[in-house]
Design a protein around this ligand. Structure first.
Ligand SMILES: Nc1ncnc2c1ncn2[C@@H]1O[C@H](COP(=O)(O)OP(=O)(O)OP(=O)(O)O)[C@@H](O)[C@H]1O
Ligand SMILES: [Mg+2]
Length: 580
C-alpha cells in the first residue's frame, strides 16, 4: 500500500477542492443559522418565565420585535448558505464535466462500455445533486446536535440524559437504515438503468421495431425489465420508508416525552415551565438534522456509489499526455506489420499488413465482407488502436499526432453518423467558429452543394442527429463533405459510394483526382468497382490478411487469373479505365 491516493481519487479530490473556499463560507453561515436556531427556545423561555409572570405587554412586544428580526436574519443566512452550496456543486461539476465527457467519448469506442459511459455522466449528476439537496446542510448542522443537547442538560440533567438516549436510538436507526438499504437501492438503480437503456435502444431502432412486427415482443421485454426494476424500487422504498417513519414517529414521541417529563419536573419544583417548553423545542432542533439526513439518504447512497464509479473510471482513463503539435505532414503513409484488434475483443481482425502509399497516389482496398477493410480504415483514421506494427503518416506514427490527427486525415466511415446541428455545423465538424467558405468548398467537392441548396434552409437546415430528414445518399454526401473539410492530407473513404448515384460517384472520382493532383493521398475501401476507377494501387484483403497489393490493373488480373469465377468485378472496372 502506498500513501499516494489512486489517480482517480486524486482527481475527484482536486475537483472537490475547487469548492472548498465556498464551503468554508457555507460553514460560517451554518454556524450563525444554528446560533439563531436558539431564537425559538429562548423566546419561549422568556415568554413563559418573564412575560407571563410579569404580565408585561411591553416586554412581550419588545421580545417579539427582536425575535422577528432574528428569524428574518436566519432566513436570509439559510438562503445564502443554500445558494453557496449550489455553487459548490456547480464548481465540482464544472471541474469534471469536460474531462469526463472526453474520457467517456474515448472509452465508448468499445461497444461493451458504451452504456457504462452514459452512466458515468449520470453519476456526476448524482454527485452534484448532493450539494443542492438538504442533506449536506443537515450534515453541517449535525455538530450542533451535541451542543443543543448540552443546553438541555443546563435546564435539567434528567432531560439531558433522556435526549442522549433518544438521540442514540435515532442514530442506531440511521445506521440500520444505511446497512439495510444500501444494496437494495443500488440494485434498484441498476435495474432501472437497464430498463432505460433498453427503451433507448428500441427508440433508436424504431424503424425495424415498427416495421417488423416487433412492437409486442419489445413491449413485453420492456415490461419485464420495468417490473423487475419496479419490484426492487418498491422494496428499497419500503425499507427507507420504514426507517424514515419510525424515526419521525420516535422523534415526535421523544419531544412529547420530554415535555411530559419536564411537566413532572416543573410540578416537583425542579424546573420552570419555560425551560420545559424550551427543552422540548431544543430537542426537536437537535434531532432534526439526523432525521433530515435519513430522509435524504438515497441521495447520499447514490452519490457515494457515483463517487466510487467515477474514481474507478478516472483511474482507468487517465489524462491524455500533452503533445507537441506536428506540422502538416506529407501524404506518405508507411504501414508496417499492422495488426488490429477491435476494442473489447481479443482476436485480431487485421493481421500483419504492410504497404506504402506515396503522395499523389490513391489506393483501393477490396475484399469480401468481413475481410477487414473497415477495421483497417478505423485504425488508419486513428479511431481503433494499433495492436502491433506501426502506421506512419509523413514520418510520424499516428498517435504522435494526438487529437490533431483528424486535421490531417479526412475519414468517411462506412456507417454515417451526423450530429444534432445544422448542415454547415456538421460539415465543419461541429466547430463553434463559422467558416462558410471552407464549408461550401468542401460541400462542392463532395457534390453536396446543389443538394444542400435544395433543403428548406440550405446550409442552415437543422438536422436532428442521425434520425433526420435526409436520405441515405444525402447523409453520405454531407459526411463526405465533412471528411474533406479542412483540406486533409490523407482521405480515407469506407464504402464512399455505397449510396451515391451515378453523378455522385463521378463527383467522388473527381475529388480523388483533385487530391492526387495536389500531392495528397486517398484510400478507398469498397465493393463497388466504380470507386476504384481513380486508384493507382489496389489491395485485396481476405480474412484480415493482405493477399495482394500493387498497381491496380496488375492486381486485378492476378485476382482474375486465380479466381476466374469472379469475373463480375473486372467486367465493370475495365471500361472505367477509359475515364482515367
Ligand atoms: N466492433 C467490432 N468488434 C469486434 N469485431 C468486429 C467489430 N467490427 C468488425 N469486427 C469483425 O472484424 C472482421 C472484419 O470486419 P470489417 O468490418 O473490417 O470487414 P469489412 O471488410 O469492412 O466488411 P464489409 O465489406 O462488410 O464492410 C469481421 O469478422 C467482424 O466480425
Ligand atoms: Mg466494411
Amino acid at each position: 500500500m502506498t500513501d499516494q491516493p489512486a489517480p482517480g481519487l486524486q482527481e475527484l479530490r482536486a475537483a472537490r477542492r475547487k469548492g472548498l473556499g465556498l464551503l468554508v463560507w457555507a460553514f460560517v453561515f451554518s454556524v450563525f443559522v444554528n446560533l439563531l436556531m436558539l431564537t425559538g427556545p429562548l423566546y419561549m423561555l422568556q415568554v413563559y418565565d418573564r412575560v407571563l409572570t410579569s404580565r408585561s405587554v411591553e416586554t412581550l412586544v419588545a421580545l417579539s420585535i427582536l425575535v422577528t428580526m432574528l428569524y428574518a436574519l436566519m432566513g436570509v443566512l439559510d438562503y445564502a448558505r443554500g445558494r453557496v452550496m449550489a455553487r459548490v456543486g456547480a464548481r465540482f461539476q464544472t471541474a469534471l464535466d469536460g474531462r469526463l465527457f472526453s474520457a467517456t467519448l474515448r472509452r465508448s469506442m468499445n461497444p461493451h462500455e458504451r452504456a457504462a459511459c452514459t452512466a458515468v455522466l449520470r453519476d456526476l449528476d448524482a454527485l452534484q445533486n448532493i450539494f443542492v439537496s438538504p442533506v449536506l446542510m443537515a450534515i453541517m448542522d449535525m455538530p450542533w446536535t451535541p451542543i443543543f443537547i448540552a443546553a438541555i442538560f443546563i435546564f435539567h440533567p434528567v432531560l439531558g440524559w433522556v435526549s442522549v438516549v433518544g438521540g442514540a436510538i435515532i442514530i442506531v436507526l440511521a445506521l440500520l437504515n444505511q446497512i439495510v438499504t444500501t444494496n437494495r437501492v443500488r440494485t434498484a438503480q441498476i435495474a432501472t438503468q437497464r430498463a432505460h437503456a433498453f427503451a433507448e435502444q428500441a427508440h433508436e431502432a424504431s424503424e425495424v421495431a415498427l416495421s417488423q412486427g416487433m412492437r409486442d415482443s419489445l413491449q413485453r421485454r420492456y415490461k419485464r425489465l420495468r417490473n423487475l426494476a419496479l419490484q426492487q424500487n418498491v422494496t428499497a422504498n419500503d425499507w427507507t420508508g420504514l426507517f424514515t417513519s419510525a424515526t419521525k414517529a420516535f422523534r415526535l414521541f421523544l419531544q412529547s416525552a420530554i415535555l411530559g417529563l419536564g411537566a413532572y419536573l416543573v410540578l416537583q419544583g425542579d424546573m420552570t415551565a419555560g425551560s420545559m417548553i424550551a427543552g422540548s423545542i431544543l430537542l426537536g432542533r437537535a434531532l432534526a438534522p439526523i432525521e433530515q439526513a435519513m430522509g435524504n439518504w438515497p441521495v447520499v447512497q447514490r452519490a457515494r456509489a457515483g463517487w466510487r464509479t467515477l474514481e474507478r473510471f478516472l483511474a482507468v482513463v487517465p489524462h491524455e499526455p500533452e503533445r507537441t503539435d506536428l506540422p502538416r505532414p506529407e501524404a506518405r503513409l508507411a504501414v508496417k506489420g499492422l495488426t488490429i484488434v477491435p476494442p473489447g475483443t481479443k482476436k485480431p481482425t487485421v493481421r500483419n499488413v504492410t504497404f506504402t502509399l506515396e503522395p499523389g497516389q490513391a489506393l483501393g482496398v477490396i475484399g469480401k465482407s468481413g475481410s477487414g477493410k473497415s477495421t483497417l480504415a478505423r485504425a488508419l483514421a486513428g479511431y481503433w488502436p494499433i495492436a502491433a506494427g506501426e502506421a506512419r503518416l509523413g514520418g510520424a506514427t499516428l498517435d504522435q499526432y494526438g487529437p490533431t490527427l483528424g486535421l490531417h486525415i479526412g475519414y468517411l466511415p462506412q456507417t454515417v453518423s451526423l450530429f444534432a446541428g445544422t448542415v454547415a455545423e456538421n460539415i465543419r465538424r461541429m466547430s463553434l467558429e463559422p467558416d462558410s467558405q471552407a464549408v461550401v468548398a468542401a460541400a462542392k467537392k463532395a457534390n453536396a452543394h446543389e443538394m444542400i441548396m435544395q433543403l428548406e434552409n440550405g446550409y442552415d437546415t437543422f438536422l436532428e442527429g442521425n434520425e433526420n430528414q435526409l436520405s441515405g445518399g444525402q447523409k453520405q454526401r454531407i459526411a463526405l463533405a465533412r471528411a474533406i473539410h479542412g483540406d486533409p492530407t490523407l482521405l480515407i473513404l469506407d464504402e464512399p459510394n455505397s449510396m451515391l448515384d451515378a453523378d455522385g460517384s463521378q463527383a467522388l472520382n473527381e475529388t480523388v483526382r483533385e487530391f492526387k493532383a495536389q500531392d495528397r493521398a486517398v484510400i478507398v475501401m469498397t465493393h463497388r468497382p466504380a470507386a476504384i476507377a481513380e486508384c493507382d494501387l489496389l489491395m485485396v484483403m481476405d480474412q484480415g490478411a493482405l493477399v495482394a497489393f500493387g498497381p491496380r490493373d496488375e492486381v486485378l488480373s492476378t485476382v482474375l487469373a486465380s479466381n476466374p469465377k469472379s469475373a463480375r468485378r473486372p467486367q465493370v472496372v475495365r471500361p472505367q479505365k477509359v475515364s482515367m
